[in-house]
Design a protein around this ligand. Structure first.
Ligand code: ATP
Length: 322
């Protein structure tokens, strides 16, 4: 392969820049030319492909987000959209593509690979719901930011004997909420995978108050069946909780942080490995970290499936919150 392209797609994740840098520098080291596609699949469809040289990817690793831009590109879901992308790539002599992104992005990548264009994925999403990597790029940073928020809320909550419902990201996946709850010593986690009824939240907070706790923290994933607003309205009508109640949404704050050392290293290793594999003739797979090793998992095992949360961790969170 003489030239490859790289893009970041779907929700941005801290560490994506380190992955772009690693793909670019490894590919150049192996003698290939590299192009970056602006705003995910949009760049392929609109022919917004820019050459990337060694210096172009300097000074980006310490920043969250992605300097290539990311996007959701509905046109790429159509054969016509992907056909346009193929034409633009072949006009530039590009023979392979690295897609840095989560479930949706890897599904698109798989369809493109099925059309005969060699694609390799890099596991990147703060949700950590992608099969093929024990942990995905961005999770560690997002988790640490959530944790910082929870730690601070605990300090102020204790001064006033308050309880906080803290909403964190996770549309379909409770990984961040559950792990932030465990690491932050929260009283409960409300996640999409396991239903927690509003009356259970009331009971948890009331018992915590009666046990003499000075604060109560319930971490709620944005996609939970009974979300933060509903829980807040319900809890307000239950003064027996004892704590004074507040709600905080961390939301996109979680995405914006400087990537942790862990995310930079993970993204660097996965990006470099993906570039090496692609240039070595491998494609049709996602590169992730499994048991400490860069591992390629075929798209057939990744697409259409998600990695759920471990129910044992949920149980652990409940035991330790006493
Ligand atoms: P995250 O979960 O971290 O937000 P993601 O990669 O799952 O990221 P999505 O919004 O699901 O993000 O998908 C990103 C883009 O991937 C879509 O806008 C679309 O361009 C492409 N894509 C998703 N599904 C398909 C599909 N079935 N066929 C072709 N392209 C797809």
């Amino acid at each position: 392969m003489n030239a490859i392209a790289v893009l970041t797609s779907g929700g941005d994740a801290p560490g994506m820049n380190a992955a772009i840098r690693a793909v670019t520098r490894m590919a150049i080291e192996r003698g290939a030319k590299v192009y970056g596609s602006k705003h995910g699949y949009h760049g392929l469809i609109d022919n917004a492909l820019i050459p990337l040289e060694l210096r172009d990817v300097g000074g980006i690793m310490q920043h969250g987000g992605t300097f290539l831009g990311s996007a959701r590109a509905p046109e790429f879901r159509t054969v016509e959209g992907r056909q346009k992308a193929l034409e633009h790539l072949s006009a530039l002599g590009i023979e392979g593509l690295v897609v840095i992104g989560g479930n949706g992005s890897q599904t698109g990548a798989s369809s493109f690979n099925d059309m005969g264009f060699p694609v390799i994925g890099v596991a990147s999403t703060i949700d950590n719901d992608l099969i093929g990597s024990d942990i995905t790029i961005g999770v560690d940073t997002a988790l640490n930011i959530a944790l910082e928020g929870i730690d601070r809320l605990k300090v102020t909550a204790s001064s006033h004997r308050r309880a906080f419902l803290v909403e964190v990201m996770g549309r379909d996946c409770g990984y961040l909420a559950l792990n932030a709850a465990i690491a932050g010593g929260a009283e409960g986690a409300v996640i999409p995978e396991i239903e927690t009824k509003p009356e259970e939240v009331v009971a948890e907070l009331q018992q915590s108050y009666e046990r003499g706790k000075t604060n109560g923290i319930i971490v709620v994933a944005e996609g939970a069946k009974h979300g933060c607003d509903e829980l807040m309205s319900y809890c307000r009508t239950h003064p027996e909780i004892g704590f004074e109640l507040r709600a905080v949404t961390l939301g996109h704050v979680q995405r914006g942080g400087a990537p942790t050392a862990y995310d930079r290293l993970l993204a660097t290793r996965l990006g470099a490995n993906a570039a090496e594999r692609l240039l070595g003739g491998e494609h049709g797979c996602v590169v992730g970290m499994i048991r400490g090793r860069e591992t390629a998992t075929p798209y057939s095992e990744v697409v259409g499936r998600t990695k759920g949360v471990d129910p044992k961790l949920f149980e652990l969170a409940n035991i330790l919150s006493k």
